[in-house]
Design a protein around this ligand. Sequence first.
Ligand SMILES: NC(=O)c1ccc[n+]([C@@H]2O[C@H](COP(=O)([O-])OP(=O)(O)OC[C@H]3O[C@@H](n4cnc5c(N)ncnc54)[C@H](OP(=O)(O)O)[C@@H]3O)[C@@H](O)[C@H]2O)c1
Length: 257
Amino acid sequence: MDLNLKGKTTIVTGGSKGIGAGICEVFAQEGSNLVINYHSDAAPAEQMCRDFAEKYGIKAVCVKGNVGSEEDVKRIFDVAEENFGTVDVLVNNAGRGGTKLVQDMTIEEWNASLNDNLTGQFLMSREFARRIIPTGKPGSIVNILSKATRTSTTKGRVGYVANKAGEEGLVHALAVDLTEHKIRVNGVMPGFVLAHTLLDQQQNNPEEFERRVNRVPIKRVGQPWEIGTMCAFLASDKCELAVGTVVDMTGGLLLGF
Ligand SMILES: NC(=O)c1ccc[n+]([C@@H]2O[C@H](COP(=O)([O-])OP(=O)(O)OC[C@H]3O[C@@H](n4cnc5c(N)ncnc54)[C@H](OP(=O)(O)O)[C@@H]3O)[C@@H](O)[C@H]2O)c1
């Protein structure tokens, strides 16, 4: 199936590692040009730009930025427009967990969690809307949520869980505001995906890793490209009927058995 993403421009936040890197690779395979936002380390993002140009014949640029900063968010879109003229797809993937119990969490830590997660998705989506609406062109936003959006029994995740639950509301509210402007907004909910936390666990705590795998009804964890494939499908015009939806990609974790 041709997703018709060839020659389009996609911004992926937190795109240089983990699930974000898998999302970038799928969009590159589909022929979309890329703006890969990274937060701390330029080298992997720069390497991805070179690799994707060579492997898939697309153009990719990378741009450092904190999605929780209005100034950085504007710069990410400026770089996109300087290189590609316009943006067609935004994947809000950047996010960060946490380990603090509520009784130990400072207001600074709470606000930092908000910035990396919910505020980041809000600011990026607002900028996308501000840039696209005046052009009259269609656009698509896909936000990465989590199993924790619906349920979490792990202690020390108060910021993350509250943010991820809020992100589901954000998908719905953005869709209500933006659908009349031909901007479709949807979300994807991963469960356990082999990115940095689980890779670390697989190597350093294999028993805990196995315990997690066994909690998943399909008895395996997800791969970043599987989340990327759903993002590309949702973003494509093959999926125009999906508006304000959140797709469960947890391998059945939310079934609760
Ligand atoms: N892996 C899973 O099992 C899983 C499950 C459910 C949901 N998710 C969600 O999937 C997304 C990706 O997670 P991941 O597992 O791939 O984690 P990851 O490997 O840690 O990647 C997250 C990326 O987001 C970036 N980031 C964090 N805060 C940022 C900010 N303020 N501005 C810009 N970039 C920022 C990080 O940059 P730096 O590290 O350079 O700071 C990193 O590149 C997150 O939204 C996460 O909540 C993951």
